[in-house]
Design a protein around this ligand. Sequence first.
Ligand code: SF4
Length: 341
Amino acid sequence: MEWHNKHNNRKMPWKGEKDPYKIWLSEVILQQTRVDQGMAYYERFVQNYPSVKDLAAAEDEAVFKLWEGLGYYNRCKNLLFTARFITENYGGKFPTEYDEIVALKGVGPYTAAAIASFAFNKPFAVVDGNVFRVLSRLFAIETAIDSTAGKQHFTALAQEVLDKENAGLYNQAIMDFGATVCKPLNPQCHTCHLQKVCVGYSKAVVNKLPVKEKVLLKKNRWFYYFILECKGEVLVEKRVLKDIWENLYEFYLVESNEQLYWDDTTVKEWLHQQLSIAEATVLAISPLQKQQLTHQLIKGQFIKVSLFSIPNNLKHHQWHPINQLKDLAFPKFINQYLNGD
Ligand code: SF4
């Protein structure tokens, strides 16, 4: 909340909005649409139909025309249905209770919590991808966020840590924090307000969180291995998750869904930001390596770094003598690199 009050400058046209109709509209538009694309649609909808009653009275065709280009027309159908339902059953006034809101067609728990908290300051935590990510890192929870157990666990935790007096502001704060500070890739740990209490950061596992169960569905994966060397030893880790190469060893991994571009400067920035490593020498950045598995194409690079000392957050990791790496079982992708194939 302190970060939100002093440093949050993420702008959204619907931010601070108290009108449940407009919050609902923005949430429905954003369900499967990127913010930059959805913004213009939101503004056009609000201009043409400033209230639930206006939308309810609109011709279907006119509303569909306005929706054109957003896709997933079911959302638009539900929008119209629900606007008419509210007009008929609630006299055009948006219901104020969570249970009533979540019962509306096309409104799931996330949207209902957003409307209930933003418009009516009701104590319901929103749980979107941003919130899951922040919580999983902050508490270093390795339960997969897309598993049934994970969804239950994170939803309960989100509700537990919610500031119940200021639910609207709090929900906005944590979502914006996830989108701008605790970002999926390259979170701003070094300057983060929560760094001192962040368990993921203190254990240097931020880049492994949140865990997702459905990694196997991904066809293209980018693996960037940091070979961190210090006084003749190298950081190694055993892969323990249900994923490819289970039980084999690897170096410090940063996985990405897209290609990243590394040079001396970006590597040092990354080490500083993520692992609090202020002094390091980048010894080598390998060319792109590839390995085709049955259902996945793995591409990546190896980044060799020499450290002057081991930072506290990496002290509890496994360090192995560099001249005895042959004793460990690595996946082929790594062996290829080590053998210079
Ligand atoms: Fe997220 Fe890093 Fe802050 Fe932890 S220290 S909350 S991982 S940005």
